[in-house]
Design a protein around this ligand. Sequence first.
Ligand code: PSU
Ligand code: MN
Length: 303
Amino acid sequence: MTPTYSREVARAKSEGLPLVALESTIITHGMPWPKNLEMAREVEQTIRDCGAVPATIAVIEGTLHVGLEAEQLETLAQAQRVAKLSRADMAACMATGGTGATTVAATMIGAHLAGIEVFATGGIGGVHRGAESSFDISADLHELAQTPVTVVAAGAKAILDLPKTLEVLETLGVPVIAYGQQTLPAFWSRDAGLRAPLSMDSAEAIAKAHATRGALGLPGGQLVANPIPAEAEIPRAVMMPVIQRANADAAEHGISGKDLTPYLLQRIYELTEGRSLTANIALVLNNARLAAGIAQALGKAEG
Ligand code: PSU
Ligand code: MN
């Protein structure tokens, strides 16, 4: 299946320009209006400023779009009751003419269909706290194991169980590469207090590792864990009680499944009086810059 491309993405593809995929769940379920639209536009512009072309992915009225026109982005950012699509429900949404925002997993599927190898986001889904009884492990992890897209995130979201998330990624054969440091970043904070499995210092090295996995015939992508800029971080000591409280509130209200991640992000936004959102936007922009560099390096290596 060929997705529908925006004018900008279609041109980039015909000219062989470097492309960076972007997800839409972060817009519809990850941030409140109107900051979500501001963020989405700013991320796209950052990628252009860094010499690559942005491709925000979503399903609109049954059609898979890779690259959204300005008015489509605006409509999506304001839409109510948009589905949150992962691998399991993407096809069903399209088949029934529905509209849905793509999570990391579904965005990787769309990017791969469009021939895009690099994707920037905030944080990926992972193993939730208490997963030993809830079995709540994000499909994002399995997608990284099977779809050849390098995903740039600020580590897994700190609302998760990070040691368990690392274990599952290792089992699934997903390279986890910390950028510019030896320890794993934890989304709002630069350091999760865990050693990262791999560490690299340049976009070129990450691009080379991506290409080498392809040459080896290995399926799956890479997770690049890019620490939030120091001036924007919220120290772990500040975030830890907030995260605990948000998780406790979720348990008390019986929130689970697809609703859990959006609930936790919203609750943390309230508990930090908006500070978590400011940090979230800063880290997404930082990831967009690195992803644009990786896309350019891949283009040169393959060129
Ligand atoms: N990163 C953010 N905000 C988000 C998400 C990621 O900064 O809202 C979304 C992504 O789309 C990710 C999803 O794929 O949360 C994970 O959801 P779940 O835990 O239900 O798999
Ligand atoms: Mn889940």
